[in-house]
Design a protein around this ligand. Structure first.
Ligand SMILES: Cc1cc2nc3c(=O)[nH]c(=O)nc-3n(C[C@H](O)[C@H](O)[C@H](O)COP(=O)(O)OP(=O)(O)OC[C@H]3O[C@@H](n4cnc5c(N)ncnc54)[C@H](O)[C@@H]3O)c2cc1C
Length: 487
């Protein structure tokens, strides 16, 4: 007779943001005898190894999915810490209207939870990530201040803030404003994906202790293929490590493998939910460069010091996608201005537009190789197109608030915003959604799909702060023991 699969209180898949926040909450509430198995398909790299090998690791990750010729790419990192290794560390909140675009503007879908529900959890994540952010963000009411003061703005940011009071603010960021116990302060060199001094939050530099807890068994290089079910309950997972197929049993199973791989695992498990994998979406962004008159750039203390909501106004939102404006305190888009005496009179900008879920865009099983997700994304919404197609005119109006000689907008949108959203969408109806508002898969009581796959919309704000807050919200509702935020 074969050996019975080992049993754990929690089986956790992945070691990115979602898994790390869920693990934190599970361990905080559990006694010394609790047993957790964490299965991570990638390896653990030191910061130095990551810097050296990033190109190769990115290529390896891209080779794990199938994309049809001509369709858009998606960005993610496979390895201990997931996307925290390569993220840029911009952490704006979604604004209250972003959760209610159907009822306020008649487009997209409302979220089954609102800004007020998530607000205390936003604060918890901001504290854990030591976010530096503004004290005056009128669009995102706060119950407590950011743990760190805002980064220093550039001079163009200050002019924009004066021109657009209540709409332009310092960019919240997990690039350390002041040194933490594990990270030096950001030096503003503008290569955040591969931060050379390890100043941005990563799971590796701030949360490794969780995975070293004696209650946790971490298995690296262990790829989860599917979840096992018995009588409507998830009972365990099937995984591969070092060429061997294994199984583990668990009372609670949480998938934190991101919106591509969570959907892929659940599709391979045969979870009978018609919405599963559907609605793959992300924002669409474009670059612009403004040639300034008499204002120098690059005095800020980090790469992105400002963000503005001037293309995010309620009055326009039933017609076209909202756009979030990010200002660059670095030369990555603009370079220096090639005019004697005006070298620094230049400002790079990104405008990031929201998009809507569309059933035609989806994660599926690659028929040629079921071990690979097939990412199908033939189109973005007409709503997003109406935003991005008018960016030149709209941005022209916004930039009238700055002394600008001229500006130019990139003709082609960025290929990807490197965010992955919408494939295990939240809702109440199993016919149209995959998880409930607590991220529990419909038809199961003990299987969670964490992360931005649950988002019903792709608001302009970068998603990671929100998906982390949503994880804590779910943990407070699903796990027994003392809540983080009292009911
Ligand atoms: C270049 C870049 C820049 C970014 N910048 C920002 C930013 O500035 N702000 C922002 O908000 N977001 C940013 N993002 C997005 C951010 O990285 C993601 O939103 C975030 O990492 C998602 O967190 P997650 O925990 O859901 O998944 P991930 O961080 O993707 O973690 C998933 C984990 O699961 C593991 N895994 C996958 N499949 C399996 C399997 N079958 N079995 C076992 N393990 C598995 C992976 O190896 C990984 O460790 C950026 C992304 C990229 C690529």
């Amino acid at each position: 007779m074969g050996q019975a699969a080992p049993r754990y209180d929690l089986l956790l898949v992945g070691t990115g943001f979602a898994s790390t926040f869920f693990l934190r909450e599970f361990l905080r509430r559990s006694g010394p005898r609790a047993r957790v198995l964490v299965l991570e398909r990638g390896e653990r790299f030191t910061h130095a190894e990551y810097l050296e090998r990033r190109g190769e690791l990115d290529r390896n990750a891209a080779e794990t999915v199938t994309i049809r010729p001509g369709e858009k790419p998606w960005g993610f990192f496979l390895g201990f810490g997931g996307g925290s290794n390569c993220w840029w560390a911009n952490t704006p909140r979604m604004i209250p209207a972003d959760f209610e675009i159907r009822s306020r503007f008649g487009v997209g879908q409302d979220w089954p939870i609102g800004y007020a529900d998530l607000e205390p959890y936003y604060c918890e994540v901001e504290d854990a990530l030591r976010i530096s952010g503004p004290g005056d963000h009128a669009l995102c009411p706060r119950s407590r201040p950011y743990p760190e003061a805002p980064h220093v703005m550039s001079d163009p940011d200050r002019v924009l803030q004066r021109a657009y009071p209540g709409e332009f603010f310092a960019m919240p960021s997990a690039r350390a404003r002041t040194a933490t116990a594990h990270r030096p302060a950001c030096c503003g060199n503008g290569t955040c994906q591969t931060c050379p001094i390890d100043a941005k939050y990563t799971v590796l530099n701030e949360a490794t202790d969780l995975y070293a807890d004696p209650r946790v068994t971490l298995r690296l290089g262990a790829t989860v293929d599917a979840v096992d079910f018995e009588g409507g309950r998830a009972t365990g997972v099937a995984f591969r490590q070092g060429g061997r197929e294994e199984r583990a049993r668990g009372d609670l199973i949480a998938l934190g493998a991101n919106a591509i791989f969570n959907a892929h695992i659940l599709l391979r498990s045969g979870l009978p939910l018609p919405a599963l994998g559907r609605g793959l979406v992300e924002q669409v962004g474009t670059y612009a460069v403004a040639y300034l008159r008499g204002v120098n750039n690059f005095q800020g203390s980090t790469s992105r010091c400002g963000h503005g909501y001037m293309l995010h106004r309620d009055a326009d939102r039933s017609r076209r996608a909202a756009g979030l404006i990010l200002t660059h305190n670095t030369m990555d888009v603009s370079g220096l201005r090639m005019t004697r005496g005006k070298w620094r009179q230049i400002l790079g900008l990104t405008v990031v537009y929201e998009d809507l879920r569309d059933e035609a865009n989806r994660v599926d099983l690659d028929p040629a190789n079921p071990e690979r997700p097939l990412l199908i994304h033939p189109r973005r919404s007409a709503y997003a197109d109406r935003g991005i197609n008018n960016v030149e005119r709209d941005l022209g109006e916004v930039l009238s608030g700055l002394p600008v000689e001229s500006f130019e907008v990139s003709r082609v949108p960025k290929p990807s915003e490197v965010h992955i959203i919408g494939t295990t969408v939240m809702g109440t109806d199993p016919a149209t959604s995959v998880v409930d508002r607590n991220l529990v898969c419909h038809g199961t009581q003990n299987l969670l799909a964490l992360g931005s796959g649950a988002f019903p919309t792709a608001a302009p704000a970068n998603p990671t702060l929100t998906l982390s807050a949503l994880t804590l919200w779910a943990a407070d509702r699903v796990l027994p023991g003392p809540r983080l935020v009292p009911a």
